[in-house]
Design a protein around this ligand. Structure first.
Ligand SMILES: Nc1nc2c(c(=O)[nH]1)N[C@H]1C(S)=C(S)[C@@H](COP(=O)(O)O)O[C@H]1N2
Ligand SMILES: [Mo]
Length: 388
């Protein structure tokens, strides 16, 4: 488990009710290691995005201030996204079907799934639209998920040799139109058989120790570590193995990154399905304590080797990464002391460097500069702040 100590803020009474028992301090779900400390003053960013952006109205709910993310995001502070409706499912009426190109199709009640071997994993989930729009900045959170192995269930179902695709179908429905055809449709995303069989994928019924909240997919959702949020299908009702690729709105139309690429001296416009998470970091807040400043932020999307900060376009300085959190799919906390800060406007840019040497791209990198859609915007983020 993640062991996170108490914070001075909690000890000082902000969450006075929690000070009751020592056990609380050992419960990572209740401790906010990343919350502001007493004596620290958070300096507000001068570029503040809306927490209720027009473009996302109805689709994205519960966006939080980015200044105080926690190492584990409490369920009450976790953003949620629904492209169609948010079904309220009664456990009695629900089952999960595994069907299609399998030798042994099966149907499971929630109790059947809970009776299977239990697995837990801390995983950061980022919406692929996060930061792609100036107004959408906090579509990310980290939770401790519990469920059972997807791969084990697929193995038991015995996939036929012709299978290439595993489709995850949700209970939420909406209407789509392609050319002149209007159709009622269910939310669905898919993975190739190889990706679906990854031992990391969990069918989850718990989020931070609580039953999966309705808006996060009760009774069962897929958690696919290493993928953008869209792959993590909520309100799962069917898993279907197929011999053809799914090319619906969420695989092949809307959730498509369009990018200009240079090949052999000519430009090709390339459309790719939103896929795996990518290395990323962002400054979360600047705090002042005893007259000096500290920049604190998060890094995620790939195993992180280093985080670097550039202030006002200056040299990259190496931030200190919090060593207490080493889980592969959970974000890392970092901080940098900022001693010589002049009054006035400042720009703070961060980049993460992965264990594999990959660098979070600059806005001028062809990966970012050539991109015409807002999805998969993992370019370096610059925030602005005014010091007095
Ligand atoms: N069934 C279903 N699953 C879904 C979605 C949806 O609209 N329907 N939205 C996806 C998107 S775009 C994201 S970013 C994540 C968000 O997960 P959360 O709502 O638990 O935060 O759920 C994904 N799973
Ligand atoms: Mo998303």
């Amino acid at each position: 488990m993640d062991s996170i100590g108490p914070t001075r803020r909690q000890l000082s009474g902000q969450s006075g009710a929690l000070v009751a028992s020592a056990a609380v301090w050992n419960n990572p779900l209740l401790t906010q290691a990343f919350a502001a400390q007493p004596g620290e003053e958070i300096i507000p960013w001068s570029d503040q995005p809306s927490l209720d952006p027009e473009v996302a109205r109805g689709v994205i709910q519960n966006l939080q201030r980015w200044e105080d993310p926690d190492l584990l995001t409490p369920n009450s502070r976790s953003f949620n996204i629904a492209h169609y409706n948010r079904p309220k499912i009664d456990e009695q009426d629900w089952s999960l079907e595994i069907t299609g190109l399998v030798r042994k199709p099966a149907r499971f009640r929630l109790s059947d799934i809970k009776a299977r071997p239990r697995d837990e994993l801390t995983c950061t989930l980022e919406c692929s639209g996060n930061n792609g729009r100036p107004s959408f900045l906090t579509g990310i959170g980290t939770a401790r998920w519990a469920g059972t192995s997807l791969a084990a269930m697929l193995r038991e179902a015995e996939l036929l040799d012709s299978s290439i695709e595993v489709v995850f179908v949700g209970a939420d429905t909406g209407e789509e139109q392609v050319r002149e055809i209007k159709m009622p449709t269910s939310f669905a995303r898919s993975m190739g058989v190889g990706d679906a069989m990854s031992p990391n994928n969990l069918l989850c019924y718990e989020m931070n120790g609580a039953p999966l909240p309705p808006e996060h997919g009760f009774p069962l959702r897929l958690i696919a570590p290493g993928w953008y949020g869209i792959a993590n299908v909520k309100w799962l009702r069917r898993i279907e193995v197929r011999a053809t690729r799914l090319e619906n709105r969420f695989m092949g139309r809307d959730y498509v990154t369009i990018r200009e690429e240079k090949h052999d001296g000519r430009t090709d416009w390339v459309e790719t399905s939103v896929g795996r998470a990518q290395i990323k970091s962002a400054p979360a807040r600047v705090v002042r304590e005893d007259g000096h400043y500290k920049i604190v932020g998060m890094a995620w999307g790939a195993p992180i080797a280093r985080v670097e900060v550039s202030i006002d376009g200056g040299l990259w300085q190496i931030a200190t990464i919090d060593p207490t959190r080493q889980e592969k799919y959970a974000w890392r906390l970092w901080s940098l002391d900022w001693p010589a800060s002049e009054p006035g406007e400042h720009a703070i840019t961060v980049r993460a460097i992965g264990a594999d040497g990959s660098v979070q791209p600059a806005p001028t990198d062809p990966q970012i500069a050539g991109k015409h859609t807002y999805w998969e915007s993992n370019g370096q983020i610059t925030r602005h702040i005014r010091l007095s």
